[in-house]
Design a protein. Structure first.
Length: 180
């Protein structure tokens, strides 16, 4: 048991300092699982603290924006009234009046189209406007995959026995994880 306490001190060291360590019995393996569980719990605790602080900072940020908006709303209103009195440059989308410290900008109202896909599709069908209807051909991968198998690194269609060149086999490396 004393070697486990020594190992805990060693685990805090750089990786090359623990190269001589190996798990050789159930007690050491069990200790390692407990250590992993403790580290994960500590991570969860620290992440929870960070998440809480992030939430608090987001609320502070929102509050600061609201305060700034309230403090500047009166001045923005006065500037809007002034803007109406002075000659300003107009384009198709906005009107502007330049000053040394910035510009007063009025964006002109605009209309945008908002579609209802279901109603629009019905309208296009009813009016014979199929050229505006998108038809998407796509393989039914889930169904087709059931007919395939991998033999010697090649994907074979089990129905026809042919190699399916359009599908390749990739090997995923095995992975080791610990459940605690």
């Amino acid at each position: 048991m004393s070697e486990i306490y020594e190992l805990e001190e060693v685990m805090e060291q750089p990786e090359d300092a623990v190269k001589g360590f190996s798990i050789t019995d159930d007690n050491t393996a069990d200790w390692a699982l407990k250590r992993i569980a403790e580290e994960r719990k500590e991570l969860e605790r620290l992440v929870a603290i960070a998440d809480q602080q992030i939430e608090e900072l987001e609320l502070k940020k929102k509050h600061l924006k609201e305060i700034t908006e309230r403090k500047t709303a009166f001045l923005k209103g006065c500037l809007a009234q002034y803007f109406e009195k002075v000659p300003h440059k107009a384009t198709k989308t906005q009107e502007t009046y330049k000053l040394l410290s910035g510009s007063l900008v009025f964006k002109l109202p605009k209309q945008t189209m908002v579609k209802d896909d279901a109603k629009l599709l019905k309208y296009l069908h009813e009016n014979g406007m199929e050229e505006y209807i998108k038809t998407e051909e796509k393989p039914k991968w889930g169904d087709f995959k059931k007919t395939l198998t991998i033999v010697d690194g090649k994907v074979i269609d089990t129905v026809s026995g042919e190699v399916v060149e359009a599908v390749r086999a990739e090997e995923e490396p095995g992975s080791f994880d610990v459940k605690v």
